[in-house]
Design a protein around this ligand. Sequence first.
Ligand code: UD1
Ligand code: CA
Length: 458
Amino acid sequence: MQELVTIVLAAGAGTRMKSMVAKVAHKICGQPILSYVIDAAAQTGSNTLVLVLGHQADEVRNLAPSDAICVIQEQQLGTGHAVMQARSILSQKSGTALILCGDTPLITGDTLKAAYEYHQKQNNQVTILTAAVDNPHGYGRIIRNANGQVEAIVEHKDADENQRAIKEINSGMYFFNIESLLWALSQLDNSNNQGEYYLTDTIEKIISRGEKAGAFIVEDSTEIMGVNDRSQLNDAEQVILKRIIKEHMLNGVTFRLPETTMIHKGVRIGKDTIIHPGTQLTGQTVIGEHCEIGPHSSIEDGVVGDYVQFAHSVMVQSRIDDHTKVGPFAYIRPGSSIGQNVKIGDFVEIKNSTIGDNTKVPHLSYVGDADIGKGVNIGCGAVVVNYDGRKKHRTVVGDHAFVGCNVNLVSPVEVKGNAYIAAGSTITEEVPEFALGIARSRQVVIADWVKKKGLDKK
Ligand code: UD1
Ligand code: CA
């Protein structure tokens, strides 16, 4: 069977990242660099993935899909040597090998598909993905003959002055006929300036056998850009972020000042939602339709319904239902579920709690480990006292209860439905339905006390 086998080279040390983290594990819009390369390869229909690992192999292996085949290159003796590590897998296959580098996350599935089609139509034994760049420094150069046919790739360090002026560079990505590749690998030696087995030398070998080598020019040369240091990591992230935001825009999402926004790959946003400046939507976040998110808000692994307004606030691992308003300056912590048409106002913190439909927590409250019913009003400054110094306890407030300002609900405690709690009360015992709970000392008024003390200002 004619197969497409993808080989991703990722054994290199990534020294210029100056990092304890493996280069291809660094993240772009929430996903490891390597995952972008793997995703693009998968779009070609390739269903065998081989990863060549070396430096920090265990860390990189953890990023691989479970059906990937990992091979180890103990010593990094060059890109040709890296591909040799996949020889025993390739020798069981026939068809095409797609070679990619683990650190070029900008390559798209569309480009790889087009290049694969070209490779097949041209009946090439090898097709090199090339690009014309303004600054070819550090890249291998494509050498063509008088008829414009590809003859060889010359490495930067081995190139003479004329060759160095060539602007068409080798992207380091190729489609090979597997049989030709295996034969050419057996012919490689390391007699060059760097003493490495260059994969690029396979081109001349293949041509010398009377086989056909071609180049597929990648129009948008940013697609072949590699990540070698933190500055290029940022360059690559800018490109991917723009692609992600563009896709949301085309799906009907409005962005204000999108250059101030971070949207992770995989975040979903419904149409007619507006994302205001300074907003960060990360992890597995899903936002519904007709929402306004931001300005200056973060939602991590959050699920938001439709018609939600969320301004100057933060939410982590929680959900909000339709027509609810949050913020400014609210903090919704993990494990919270906020109902429909709820108001969570300024300086309110909600943690691991459920808030029923039509409930209002408008200002300056802490609600932790509590189940608040529907149509409840939590007065300004009311607090759930959920921690006794050793353990967290839960509190329940029934539907349509009214909790006055500056109330402490000392957990575990239950306020039944339709009950009222007087302002300033510290509630430690159950308050029955339709009852008033009041727990504070009575006010005393001492007439003329100020004058008697001589504190009056004349
Ligand atoms: C290589 C190409 C060059 C091309 C450039 C594109 C060769 C000889 N040169 O050069 O023509 O323009 O890529 O970026 O192929 N790797 C291994 N094991 C090794 C060596 C490298 O796995 O022993 C991996 C690296 O982790 C990296 C990729 O192969 O992902 C490319 O290696 P790198 O050293 O960056 O090659 P360049 O010198 O940049
Ligand atoms: Ca490189």
